[in-house]
Unconditional design. Structure first.
Length: 186
């Protein structure tokens, strides 16, 4: 399957990505429903880390559930075209369509812990997001929209201030700092 090969062929950036890639491949081998939320332990998500042309700002949404600024992405819900899902989520959550994919495919593989929470009145147990991420450049002059059922804000944040906006999710601060470091090597 092409989607599995895209993960297997991915070249990890660091030790964390090497280990996370191993875990993602284990989950793919163990679970036949890893592309869907039917798997309540671990499932694949697709996301975008979006920067402006000069790479000094990052586009983020204010996530309603976690009450913090966040990247854009979502569940694959059975779709094995990771890039298509990531771009669809970016467009739905921000309105941005004038984009360019940077790099030559998957930008990052990460295993992310999701804390228990309520979503649309239902309890969601803690689980893992097997994250497939892409680096995207977007036009910062394009009009932005808010997807009110998920987010309460959309804005370009100076990239050097990202930790100030993601203050209550230290694990995501580490992830974004890795993205910035990796982006600067391209």
């Amino acid at each position: 399957m092409k989607w599995i090969n895209s993960i297997k062929d991915y070249k990890p950036f660091n030790e964390q990505e090497t280990k996370d890639k191993e875990i993602i491949i284990k989950c793919i081998n163990i679970f036949d429903d890893v592309l869907t939320r039917k798997n309540e332990l671990a499932h694949i998500t697709s996301s975008t880390f979006v920067v402006n042309k000069s790479k000094d700002k990052v586009l983020m949404v204010h996530h309603n559930i976690y009450n913090t600024w966040s990247w854009m992405g979502g569940h694959n819900d059975g779709d094995d075209d990771f890039l298509k899902v990531a771009i669809k989520e970016l467009e739905e959550e921000t309105g941005v369509t004038d984009i360019k994919i940077l790099g030559d495919g998957i930008f990052s593989l990460d295993v992310l812990n999701v804390k228990s929470h309520m979503k649309r009145g239902k309890y969601v147990a803690p689980h893992l997001h097997l994250s497939v991420a892409y680096l995207v450049e977007a036009n910062e002059d394009e009009a932005l929209i808010v997807k009110e059922d998920e987010n309460s804000g959309v804005m370009w944040i100076p990239i050097h201030e990202i930790n100030r906006y993601v203050k209550n999710e230290s694990h995501m601060q580490k992830l974004y700092q890795k993205f910035i470091e990796k982006m600067n090597t391209l």
